[in-house]
Ligand binder design. Structure first.
Ligand SMILES: [Zn+2]
Length: 284
């Protein structure tokens, strides 16, 4: 069934777990994520990132995400990830998305507040939820290696408190050491930042860049109030690598396009299932 981000995060708070949140820029990843969540009987979030518009337009994949979410046996939030323009977020709400992240993290504080307020107002008209970010992960949701480009600015707990009060958002994305895409070296998370934010902000917190974080670190951030974990790179990589192995095994034999999709989807589903098991550990 289709639910809002606010609803799904409230349950996560009650159960002291995190909801897995996955970018799904193709039908196979939608089916992989929903299949894994249904097998484990846990809620889940499907996301479309604005940066994925080039590989999959919102107008094509959005209705498919919504249709599959409505028919799912588990609560599913359909969320717009890293919306950088208010117009693009409006398109998602018009389609029926139940949540959006407005990413004004690169803007000056006051401008980020003003734009986020605009999105919060708009969301009210649709009964949708809003996530926003303070501090910056320094890199966009495009996958690839973490080449160190773009400075990371960790979330300042006092700014976070002010930002939440002034905007009325439903969830807050924090920067404390994770990054988008693949890590070149093991990520070092600053739990102190998270603890500082948690002391001042009672909202559910969001961790971006969830691929490549150790299971111990997942547990540590969940214990400190992270209720939504964005995870995509490792899932997409698992699908791609399974296809590569299949191609290598096939040698001179013919390769069919539908087999590529099937093999990729199964590998993504297993990868997502493992992630969901860790994120929902306390209730498993
Ligand atoms: Zn992100």
């Amino acid at each position: 069934m289709l639910v809002t981000l606010k609803e799904v995060l409230k349950d996560a708070e009650n159960n002291q777990v995190a909801v897995g949140s996955f970018n799904t820029p193709n039908l196979e990843s939608i089916l992989a994520v929903l299949g894994a969540a249904e097998e484990l009987n846990v809620p889940v979030i499907l996301m479309h990132a604005q940066v994925h518009e080039e590989i999959m337009p919102l107008d094509i994949i959005g209705p498919v995400m919504l249709e599959k979410a409505e028919k799912a046996r588990i609560p599913v939030c359909v969320h717009l990830d890293h919306g950088e323009s208010v117009d693009y977020i409006a398109r998602a709400f018009k389609l029926g998305f139940t949540s959006a992240m407005y990413d004004g993290s690169l803007l000056p504080f006051e401008e980020n507040v003003a734009k986020t307020c605009q999105v919060v107002e708009m969301a009210k008209a649709y009964g949708a939820s809003v996530e926003a970010e303070i501090g910056t992960l320094g890199k966009r949701e495009c996958g690839g290696a973490d080449d160190g480009e773009g400075a990371q600015i960790y979330t300042d707990p006092e700014d976070a408190e002010r930002f939440v009060k002034e905007t009325g958002i439903d969830a807050l994305a924090c920067s404390f050491g994770t990054a988008h895409g693949l890590y070149l070296k093991e990520p070092k998370l600053d739990m102190g930042v998270l603890e500082g934010v948690r002391q001042r902000v009672s909202l559910p917190l969001v961790m971006h860049g969830g691929s490549g974080v150790s299971e111990d670190d997942y547990r540590a951030v969940i214990a400190r109030g992270v209720r939504k974990i964005n995870y995509y790179t490792y899932m997409a990589k698992a699908g791609g690598e399974a296809v590569r192995e299949m191609m290598q095994r096939s040698g001179d034999q013919p390769v069919y396009f539908h087999d590529i999709f099937t093999v990729g989807m199964q590998a993504m589903k297993q990868n997502v299932k493992r992630a969901l098991q860790v994120f929902n550990m306390q209730v498993m």
